[in-house]
Ligand binder design. Structure first.
Ligand code: T46
Length: 136
């Protein structure tokens, strides 16, 4: 459900040399099977525009900022990520769009599984039918 998509604080160690953020296994509720990142994103560009059937993901704005729009077919939420010590957990069955990338933005994604195109729903009407069918 859309309300399961929460901001998670990433523990960090701060000293006069700067900050060190640490993601150990208790920080995110799944085992990480894949890491990827979006960077060199042209201004005005939007990414995402799909949902996942099973995949769980954790998004971090490692640098700069961007907005994540979450949709469940009824409710819509816009979350700005702009802090490398906070991540957004995205649970399955939620449509996501990423936009409003600042210059130099880097989006790091930790994912619960390897890449699988069959796990994507890239059509919003199909997504809404999937939600009804699964009653999620
Ligand atoms: C998501 C958002 C935040 C691969 O071959 N392997 C991969 O691990 C990924 C992520 C993508 N690809 C291929 C699939 C497409 O042909 O790379 C191409 C671009 O992927 P896509 O259009 O899905 O990229 P985004 O930025 O719209 O979405 C990605 C993730 O796919 C998605 O899971 O939630 O970032």
């Amino acid at each position: 459900a859309i309300n399961d998509c929460v901001i998670v604080e990433i523990p960090k160690i701060e000293d006069h040399r700067g900050n060190l953020a640490i993601i150990e296994k208790e920080v995110i509720p799944f085992q990480v099977q894949r890491v990827y990142y979006l960077y060199d994103i042209p201004s005005g560009s939007s990414r995402g525009g799909h949902a996942h059937k099973e995949l769980r993901q954790f998004l971090i704005a490692l640098s700069g900022s961007f907005d994540v729009i979450l949709k469940d077919g009824e409710v819509e939420r816009r979350i700005t990520l702009n802090n490398p010590s906070k991540g957004l957990l995205i649970t399955p069955g939620n449509w996501r769009e990423l936009e409003n990338f600042s210059s130099g933005a880097v989006c790091l994604v930790l994912a619960s599984n390897v890449y699988c195109e069959e796990d994507y729903i890239r059509d919003f009407e199909v997504f809404k039918s999937f939600k009804k069918l699964k009653n999620i």
